[in-house]
Design a protein. Structure first.
Length: 229
């Protein structure tokens, strides 16, 4: 066997060995993913159900949004979900799940959950599979290539299609823009890619939506309707 034949044979054996190892790792990865989805999904569902039945205190950035008992907070929470369900023609159960996920993500990030929900409403109307011609994806219309550091941290482009990840990424982007600009309006204009718009039309639309959500929660408080009349 001459030298060139020996080299080719070695390369062939090496290639086959690599293929075997690669395929084995792929199988292990698929099995691990399946296990994670089954058990992780079950745990997430149980946690979500617990959150929906006993919502607890509504807070963001360490501050309580509304002074109330746990029972009242649950009432406010459901009032918000019902208001969004009617306004955006989304079934009540899915919208409750999205509202709960948004409050959870906002607690983690330290941002007003109603601001995040307002952006979500304007950007996607609560459609988790919404996609724009510019590549913006999901509930918060995140463009992966513009925020790759945050996207990569959660698993890459595919992570953006997961509603919870999408909410977290969008909330982090908003928090970063607010910190950098020092203004919610400027942060919102930057989020929409319309920072040069001196009328702040996008920001005003989001803030108006945020206020509608806040009002929906206020109206559910005992005595609020009586006081309004």
């Amino acid at each position: 066997m001459n030298t060139s034949v020996a080299i080719q044979f070695a390369e062939f054996r090496s290639g086959r060995a690599f293929a075997v190892v690669h395929n084995l790792l792929a199988i292990i990865g698929v099995l691990a993913l399946a296990f994670s989805l089954v058990h992780g999904g079950r745990a997430a569902t149980e946690a979500l159900d617990n959150r929906l039945t006993a919502f607890g205190q509504i807070r963001y950035a360490g501050n309580q949004l509304f002074e109330s008992s746990p029972e009242l907070e649950n009432q406010q929470y459901r009032a918000l979900a019902l208001s969004l369900s009617r306004r955006y023609r989304v079934a009540s159960d899915p919208i409750e799940h999205l509202v709960g996920a948004t409050f959870d993500a906002s607690r983690q990030v330290g941002i007003d959950p109603l601001l995040v929900l307002a952006v979500m409403a304007v950007e996607s109307r609560f459609n988790p599979i919404a996609e724009s011609e510019y590549g913006a994806k999901g509930l918060m219309q995140v463009i992966p290539k513009h925020h790759w550091d945050k996207v990569e941290e959660l698993g890459g482009v595919q992570a953006v299609l997961d509603p919870m990840n999408n909410i977290v990424i969008g909330a982090r982007i908003l928090k970063q823009y607010i910190r950098q600009s020092g203004s919610v309006e400027s942060a919102l204009q930057r989020y929409s890619g319309s920072l040069a718009d001196g009328t702040n039309q996008y920001a005003q639309k989001v803030i108006a939506e945020q206020e509608r959500m806040r009002q929906a929660m206020r109206v559910s408080r005992p005595g609020a309707r009586a006081a309004a009349t």
